[in-house]
Design a protein around this ligand. Sequence first.
Ligand code: PEP
Ligand code: MG
Length: 586
Amino acid sequence: MSFTLHGIPVSRGIAIGRAYLIAAAALDVDHYLVEPDGIDNEIERFHAAQAQVHAELDALRDDLAADAPSEMGAFINVHSMILNDAMLVHETIDLVRTRRYNVEWALTEQLEILSRHFDDIEDEYLRERKADIQQVVERVLKALAGAPSTATLVVDGAATNGHNDMIVVAHDIAPADMLQFKTQAFKGFVTDLGGRTSHTAIVARSLGIPASVGVQQASTLIRQNDLIIVDGDHGIVIVDPAPIVLEEYSYRQSEKVLEQRKLQRLKFSPTQTLDGTKIDLCANIELPDDAKTALDAGAMGVGLFRSEFLFMNHKDELPEEEEQFEAYRRAIELMNGRPVTIRTIDVGADKPIDSMGSGDGYETAQNPALGLRAIRWSLSEPQMFMTQLRAILRASAFGRAKILIPMLAHAQEIDQTLDLIHEAKRQLDDAGIDYDRNVQIGAMIEIPAAAIAVRLFLKRLDFLSIGTNDLIQYTLAIDRADNAVAHLYDPLHPAVLHLIAFTLREAKAAGVPVSVCGEMAGDPTVTRLLLGMGLTEFSMHPSQLLVVKQEILRADLKALQKPVEDVLAAYEPAELLAALALLQKI
Ligand code: PEP
Ligand code: MG
């Protein structure tokens, strides 16, 4: 039966393919294909883990206090039975044998299948047994973690099992898990949760594949292998489409390919407005090798390297100075003399990392987005921060690096940060290690306080970069990753526009370079507005560079002045939208 779901469009384009459902537990396990001669060994691992969990359950039963409620013993017995149940054991082994899934993957896949059966059961008691199966599977996964597989990791195409039309459907995907998909060929993403500028959405965009988030219930309504269409322009997901709908979307898909091809022609033309003002277009990257995509798209530099992605998927410890140095150096060398703006680690909120333990009070924070995030966390971990600063400085000797500090608000935070950078330089001097002595230091303007008190920053720093994603989140007091308030996330709110315009004006008057690196920079519908406010440096996902460039090539800055003033003078939404529409017509 065909039906349509609505969510938030986060990555443009149309994907047509088969649903590949990922259970929450499945995201935490490795997915790889086992070599044919390793299958017996893989099944052996499963039996060993099963035996270990049996022993654990027996021990639990033996240790039950004499006065323990009788349900506890019954509960353990149910778990023992599940552990031997053919639906779990045989089917899991079957997935290992027939599809060559590693056992962790097979188990979570089978858990997903069983969970779906249980969701359909009317009887509440039976339906609740789903949680028991989940607990048993989690126990087996833990036992397996203690006995790592010797099978070789097959990354490319592993999760798709050779199919190349898979669309991931999940309840939620953490940014770190999205990273894994960089090496795997999925056609699109659909998640139940998420907001327009959640980091999951940002990584989806960087992969350049269509995605819709906040599609509530998607992961419960869509079945494994269903044919689905993801319309990433409108946030629509069509399940089991009628042939005529499928035909229409296939047509639209081919139109888009043509559009993209046409845009390619702009790649080598200089980026300037009709009146000859030169505009810099830079790229946002997450990993060093993304620099290749940036170059490919014609970026004149990296305006934002989100270094925290190097720190993700590092269980319990942070990467050493050497590993970080190599990563930064790689990006710098790939960019071949073009500037690479490395943002110091911005963890917290929707980007926790394993080593942010309870000691930081992070796990118990009521409002992590307002808590120990970004530079606040770095300053509370000076050793970690110094390691990163030394690694960036060392890499600066190999090209043009700039250092960008996230989430600053206070003068003393800026001063403390500058002192630490000074100290890192001193340590390198003492060790006789080379670095760029003129490396520029800049700040993200992403807290309203920083925009309003921007003079504190202009006095102390070499450049600024406006992070509109957080600036919007903090100005409007809405969590950017929370789909329940996603409708209130509004880049065109007058308060947001005034903060951006004010920052640009003040920076220009002080002669301090300023860019925009939030998602607004890559949105062609606001390119004219930003140009008219005086922006000359944009940093965005490489996939957006050419559409934005097209807007720039068609814009005349002088003609934009008055219509942009009208947009800024408008407070009523209807008035503002009308002024914006006029601006688009110039
Ligand atoms: C921003 O906040 O706009 C930004 C560019 O940084 P991030 O999205 O990584 O928070
Ligand atoms: Mg930010």
